[in-house]
Design a binder for this molecule. Sequence first.
Ligand code: SAM
Length: 367
Amino acid sequence: MATIIPLADMRAQSRSDAFATFAREAALAPGLPGPVADTRGRSLSDLRISVTDRCNFRCVYCMPKDVFGADYPYLPHTDLLTFEEITRIARVFVGMGVRKIRLTGGEPLLRRKVERLVEMLRGLGDVDLTLTTNGALLAKKAKDLRAAGLSRVTVSLDSLDDATFRAMNDVDFPVAKVLEGIDAAAVAGLAPLKINMVVKRGMNEDSIVPMARRFKGSGHIVRFIEYMDVGATNGWRMDDVVSAREIVAAIGARMPLVQCDPNYRGEVAERWRYADGSGEIGVIASVTQAFCRDCTRARLSTEGRLFTCLFANDGYDLRALVRGDFDDDALARAVAAIWRQRDDRYSEIRTASTPRAAKVEMSYIGG
Ligand code: SAM
């Protein structure tokens, strides 16, 4: 059996070395794992895969320009997992019960021939295969993504007000182009779309009601996301968070809302439907109502590190196993051992001082 290294001891050693040793020892242990649960009884059912750490936007709350400038050390191409490596790892996860795979980044549509990766992942069978994008390249790619087997798409759009949106993406990108992408995705058969809007106080809370109104009755679902303290570069403050409760109140005052049941256990968005039957919205209260209790998501970084929490500061090097002499069964044993000792619940224990802790950036781990 692999030695389970307590997290505290891991921190005392060089973390990355300890993580690598752990994954390697687990891979060598006998026996094959079935579906696994972590120390809090949470299963492993979703996998988010970051396919690039680069983005064509510089959203002020995610990849601020002063940090992610021209000299930012992005990963060299040889460090990225290849499509074959991603597919191999994903196959192992599917064998362990994963049924939802989301491609993200950085901006996933910047990865060359990403539709080929979609096609390869579709070959893994009956999984819900989705992708989160800023929409800039969606009008061009929607048809090919659908043809390759993508199930649905989520588009991030923080405001319908052009000046506000350009200021938030900080590359002067117009709203109209994202709306074109949304329409193209719907025509291509990737509907119903989810549209993610991160709300930051003083920046775009005036856009909440117009956004709800614009997509009410369209079949698409706008999801309002509380601004989070991911990474260490966005200067997050609790005062900048507009709570899910405030968001629902603002919309509900103009367009009455009724809360509805989750579609499944662990759904991150709280669902609200319009009382007149013209669709629904979601609110993701990751700060004010943490949902760690139901978190079944694993995250694979662009260069193959497995993170068991969005707010983690290190991951387990699966690429070393994939590029080493380990077969798929060994890989599955490593993933199982990692998942079984998972104890993360960052959002539940967040305090005023935790935002300053070292954490990986959202653009690297994938949102
Ligand atoms: N480039 C793609 C996009 O824009 O959707 C995928 C990656 S992006 C990191 C994924 C999602 O994370 C986006 O909806 C983005 O708005 C959200 N996000 C980034 N930083 C965030 C933060 N600090 N709080 C809440 N959501 C955030």
